[in-house]
Design a protein around this ligand. Structure first.
Ligand code: SF4
Length: 358
């Protein structure tokens, strides 16, 4: 595919900024230059749609109005607020970042690009966004929307999942950055990709780049941008044992370095290649938890993660010796009100709502 630079930098940015002035959505993080708010919004919006992220952004600002408030919070409080948004490492990194900002920058989000990159979980895109939207510094933001717009308008078929492709697009984005008002331009190109030059059915008729756009001229919209890596999803079977003693249920905090670290769940039957049966559970518990009765076997929950498809089953097991279970499995017992307050994954919340809280 040929590369075209028949659209000048000035034309490109002026068109986008004019379009943005007429079509931008009114989003709260666009009406502020508070770098902490911008940092929050950028972390929340990673891999999350605006409509889904917006209430979380508002909740975080309300609960933690400053970086210091966030840094001083308990991790469980941060995870609890994040509950339902997924990718919990973002919440943990955000919390660590707040602590770094307080410890190393006096509670002020740094305004140097290089310093921003030192913060936990902040890569080139997020550092550029904070530098641009918070401090109006001349850094080009390149997110998925920007890749799409640039690849189509200029007909670039470099792979956006490969290092060389990423460099090509970053270089072009830097070249195209206008001399003034880079913050508005960056917002404009991302918004144009999100709302107009969309992955499917871009609105090419009447588009501001209809004449010069290479993808439009050569009918390449569905082929650009090129992204080579395909995720191979792993299938896993999780079987949870939920010990019940009177009105209490046994749970523990996950210490494993996985996506649910710091969240609460139940005792997991390890190494199962399939969904467990009642017999499997009985065998696993035999002689380990005193008297027990399996009182409920749930349906199988299907839970989709980026890299994995989980098939999850829960067994509620009534026990008579609380101390034996606590010490054997390193669990603590919680009543329903306490369980409700613990930070949990969306999967555990779904189970509780359908079988315990109802
Ligand atoms: S003409 Fe179509 S493909 Fe090209 S920038 Fe406009 S919407 Fe996107």
């Amino acid at each position: 595919m040929p590369t075209s630079h028949n659209i000048s930098r000035d034309f490109f940015s002026t068109q986008l900024v004019t379009w943005y002035g007429q079509h931008q959505r009114d989003l709260p993080w666009r009406n502020t230059t508070n770098a902490y708010y911008i940092l929050l919004s950028e972390i929340i919006l990673q891999q999350t749609r605006v409509e889904q992220g917006l209430p979380y952004y508002l909740k975080f600002i309300e609960n933690f109005p400053t970086v210091v408030d966030l840094a001083n919070a308990e991790e469980s409080q941060v995870l609890r607020l994040w509950q339902g948004l997924g990718y919990y490492s973002r919440a943990r990194n955000l919390h660590t970042t707040a602590k770094q900002i307080v410890a190393n920058y006096g509670g002020m989000v740094p305004n140097r690009f290089e310093d921003l990159l030192q913060l936990k979980g902040i890569g080139i895109y997020t550092a550029s966004a904070i530098a641009s939207f918070g401090y109006n510094l001349p850094y080009a933001v390149v997110d998925g929307n920007v890749y799409r717009v640039l690849s189509r308008v200029f007909g670039i078929d470099a792979d956006i999942a490969a290092g060389t492709g990423i460099k090509i697009f970053q270089h072009l984005a830097n070249e195209l950055l206008p001399r003034h008002n880079t913050s508005t331009y960056n917002q404009a190109i991302m918004e144009f990709g999100a709302m107009y030059c969309t992955p499917r059915n871009p609105l090419c008729n009447g588009c501001i780049f209809e004449i010069g756009c290479v993808a439009n001229k050569q009918n390449l919209q569905t082929l650009l941008p090129v992204k080579s890596k395909k995720l191979v999803k792993k299938t896993r079977f999780l079987n949870y044992i939920v010990f019940k003693y009177k009105d209490q249920y046994a749970a523990s905090i996950r210490a494993d370095s996985d996506i649910w670290k710091g969240l609460y769940d139940f005792w997991l039957l390890e190494n199962m290649q399939v969904s467990a049966t009642i017999e499997d559970v009985a065998t696993a518990l035999d002689g380990h938890s005193g008297d027990n009765t399996i009182i409920l076997e749930t349906k199988i929950f299907k839970h989709l993660l980026t890299h994995q498809t989980l098939f999850v089953k829960f067994f509620i097991v009534e026990i008579s010796n609380k101390n034996a279970v606590e010490s054997q499995y390193r669990l603590n017992f919680y009543d329903k009100a306490e369980l409700e307050q613990l930070p949990k994954s969306i999967l555990i919340t779904r189970f509780l709502e359908q079988y315990i809280f109802c």
